[in-house]
Design a protein around this ligand. Structure first.
Ligand code: SF4
Length: 332
């Protein structure tokens, strides 16, 4: 039974039958479930359904969830099995944690058709998020009708499926044998990430609105240059280390601390769960380097009064890396 979650205006399917079968087979008594904000509204109903079908107690995680990196470990400790809805698993896994991926049942033909006039190459790589990976073969067919050869990059680094990208990992698009990428999905962060991480030309098409855009990385690069320049005046830096298991980069954080100290900056390691502006208010810091999810520095920058840099941007600030060698922060 694939359950449709129509909480955000369109239908996302999650295989609840699989979840119920696993619970029955394992004979557990208590399970936890967690979902990202966009799917959370469906959790009470899902909890009821699982409970009625299996007799187990179901506990819903009430904390915010931003990705597969963000498992509620405290709840995980309290239960026999833990279901994470929406995302595919990252590299690491545990027998107790089960990922129930969401698939969007939207016809992508029109979105790909509309993107074709924007493509320059006859060899195009495809990229998408987990919700649409099952539609990439269909996209290849549309491109073929226009005599364009489509390529789907291998599942590398922390992604599970060929052609899949994450906000923190663009390996499938980087290594695919094409200089132009067609991104099929919603939002601008992923296609911008592909453009910045791979240096390839990126066309993005939204499968819901069929809106097509050519991605221009220059405005965000100018913004990042301005942030680095602003941070140069700071002497006291926080290094933000995430408590979320798939975002925790201690080794990198220690390395950044040593680089900063060697350059005469005061560096303090700050360990926190959800990184929000008010958490940084009373620390007496003038800038921060985030080793957590790349979106903290790159997507949420406007929320913060102080400059928040990625690790490689901090290296540019210290003169250890040239601006020309700017790299997008990835967790791979
Ligand atoms: S680190 Fe950020 S981009 Fe990567 S999976 Fe987690 S929330 Fe998504």
């Amino acid at each position: 039974m694939a359950k449709a979650l129509s909480t955000i205006g369109y239908s996302l399917n999650v295989d609840m039958l699989d979840a119920i079968e696993r619970i029955r087979r394992s004979g557990v008594k208590r399970i936890g479930i967690q979902a990202p904000e966009g799917l959370k509204r469906a959790l009470p109903e899902i909890a009821k359904e699982i409970s009625e079908n299996t007799g187990v107690d179901v506990i819903v995680s009430g904390d915010p969830c931003f990705g597969a990196c963000d498992i509620d470990l405290a709840l995980c400790d309290e239960v026999d099995l833990f279901f994470h809805l929406g995302h595919s698993e990252l590299g690491e896994s545990s027998a107790k944690i089960i990922y129930l991926e969401a698939r969007m049942e939207v016809d992508i033909n029109e979105a790909v058709e509309k993107a074709v006039p924007y493509l320059k190459s006859k060899r195009v790589g495809l990229a998408t998020t987990v919700q649409h990976v099952h539609k990439l073969a269909q996209a290849l067919g549309v491109l073929k009708d226009h005599e364009i050869e489509g390529f789907i990059g291998s599942a590398l680094c922390r992604v599970k499926y060929p052609g899949q990208v994450l906000g923190c990992c663009y390996c499938s698009a980087r290594y695919v044998e094409a200089d132009e990428i067609l991104f099929i999905g919603t939002g601008k962060f992923h296609p911008l990430g592909i453009a910045l991480a791979t240096g390839k030309r990126v066309v993005a098409t939204d499968p819901i609105t069929c809106e097509v855009s050519l991605i221009d990385p220059d405005p965000i690069l100018r913004q990042r240059f301005g942030t680095i320049t602003r941070a140069k005046r700071a002497t006291k830096f926080a290094i933000l280390v995430s408590k979320k298991p798939g975002q925790r980069r201690w080794q990198l954080a220690i390395h950044i601390k040593e680089l900063g100290n060697a350059a005469g900056r005061k560096m303090v390691l700050i360990y926190l769960d959800n990184i929000e502006p008010d958490r940084l208010l009373n620390l007496g810091i003038e800038a921060a380097v985030s080793t957590a999810c790349p979106r903290v520095a790159l997507d949420d920058a406007a929320k913060y009064k102080i400059p928040i840099l990625t690790p490689s941007e901090f290296e540019i600030l210290l003169g250890l890396r040239q601006w020309e060698d700017y790299t997008f922060d990835e967790i791979i």
